[in-house]
Write a protein that binds this ligand. Sequence first.
Ligand code: PMP
Length: 427
Amino acid sequence: LMADYFAMNHDELTAEKTALEAQYKKFQGMNLKLNMARGKPGPHQMDLAMDLLKMDNYITDNGFDTRNYGELEGLPEARALFADVFGVQPGEVFVGGNSSLQLMYNLVAIGMMFGFQDSPKPWGQVEHRKFLCPVPGYDRHFAITEEMGFELISVPMSPDGPDMDMIEKLVAEDDTIKGIWCVPQYSNPDGYTYSDETIRRFAALKTAAPDFKIFWDEAYIVHHLTDEIIETPVLLNEAKKYGNEDRVFMFTSTSKITFPGAGISAIACSENSMKYMCKRFSTMIISYDKMNQLRHVRFLKNKAGVLAHMAKHRRRLVPCFDAVKTTFAEELTPCGNIAHWTNPKGGYFISLYVMPGCAKRVAQLCKDCGLTLTGAGSAYPYHKDPDDSHLRIAPTYPSLTEVETASALLCVCVRLAVVEKLLADQQ
Ligand code: PMP
């Protein structure tokens, strides 16, 4: 019989701990090997895209042979496809290779080595250079700027997006702040979508640094999990209203539409930035894989085609997300305020916030029982969650049965960690 842990006395908590340890032992006996760490699509999702590989004609409708070098900015048809998805002009789109993360890395590296067209000097020569990181956020974003010697500044997230008062104040005062990482739609990991007002304030930002850049990662722009197709103002278009378009780099990829690691990626930016970026990229690469770009265009066609394909993904993903949320509600809510979690309308993750001081312990308990979670704290700069509270749950890769088992085990671990902490705090 479950009851509010905060209303339990020492003996009741001790009895609850014994009961939970027995449940935990049962899970240990199952020799589980489960993984809810990374946001990977399941095999069924990738099966949906196998027709992509059946194509054998690599000449475009205009007679262009995609098998050869050329078109560094991307195949015009692929630029048009992503322009449709982003809501920008085809001339503002660059189509790259199999990873948007690599495009982001390369742009930060260009900033470091050469600066941008509006930089007083290369970022690498700026002492105490800084980058803003809405938290919790995507660990691989933070890793790029950490490795390149930026000091990472955490900015708290809310369901409307990052704290804009704080951002406006910081960037207005400090010209060593060179940029910010954003996942504006179905954010990784909370699943929040920035409000129209947040996006407008990003477009209008007044910055001390002339070369401040917004890395606007639309990784989940078409990854809806409900009937509601959430559409937001397009940052690049909004920024033009304030003359700030050179500050914006939008990214996306088909990693979670077709194949992670074998899809195509894209940038949307101003024509100025496009010219500057292509000049730098042309030293590095002659052209990206346009055969894969053409395959994707023929398979996905346009934004409507992409959305139709994503609807098929959704049918598999929704039950997995539901299983996690239902288990949390049934197993955690009766115990009082020991945890809360997000209810994403899209994307790949659920954030679980456990009682402060317990997240690391929960992840360890899970690991010792065969369930791998993303390391506690990894959604924060330097992997340091100041509250030791956040866990990122990725329900997409395992089968539904596995997600059900993993969620049940996770709840036992959360309750056990909380009871342990409450008992320790009583001493
Ligand atoms: N951005 C975000 C927010 C992501 O969650 C991921 C994948 N987990 C990526 C980028 C990686 O994208 P890509 O495969 O295009 O490099």
